[in-house]
Design a protein. Structure first.
Length: 147
């Protein structure tokens, strides 16, 4: 166990976050998402919900400050409903670490799947909230000292 790192983040997930570079995207997928159909790098986080994963990831990984929306969700398909509490819970965690710097964009399902196919990895969670999937785009650590 390490200080300051959520025990909900597995060693495999930590390595994946470490290996990502600026601009790479990672999908935090709900339990219904067909991750293996879209991405070759799958990280299992069964039993964990996305808010807990976000709360563990965002203090470690900067979001991309060079894009308008470094967090993207899937919008509800026509005739379906989206529970606004899902987005609100993600936004609360985003604001906790990024100080109201970003808004969350929603894109249609097929576009979300295309971005997932091009993502660095898909994290398969135990999230059961409908439309609970989210894409994070990695940024750079600003003012980092090299040694």
């Amino acid at each position: 166990m390490l200080r300051g790192i959520s025990p909900k983040l597995s060693p495999e997930l930590l390595l994946t976050l470490y290996r990502m570079e600026h601009g790479d995207e990672i999908v935090l997928a709900d339990a219904h998402f067909p991750g293996e159909s879209y991405c070759t790098r799958i990280v299992r986080a069964d039993g964990h919900i996305i808010t807990d994963l976000l709360d563990g990831i965002l203090p470690l990984m900067p979001l991309d400050s060079y894009v308008d929306f470094p967090m993207t969700m899937m919008e509800a398909v026509n005739g379906d409903t989206f529970d606004p509490r899902v987005e609100q819970s993600y936004k609360r965690i985003l604001d906790k670490y990024e100080e109201n710097r970003y808004k969350i964009r929603k894109i249609e399902k097929e576009e979300f799947y295309k971005r997932s196919a091009n993502s660095f990895a898909v994290v398969m969670s135990g999230e059961t909230a409908k439309y609970g999937n989210i894409i994070l785009q990695k940024g750079i650590i600003e003012n980092a000292e090299s040694g």
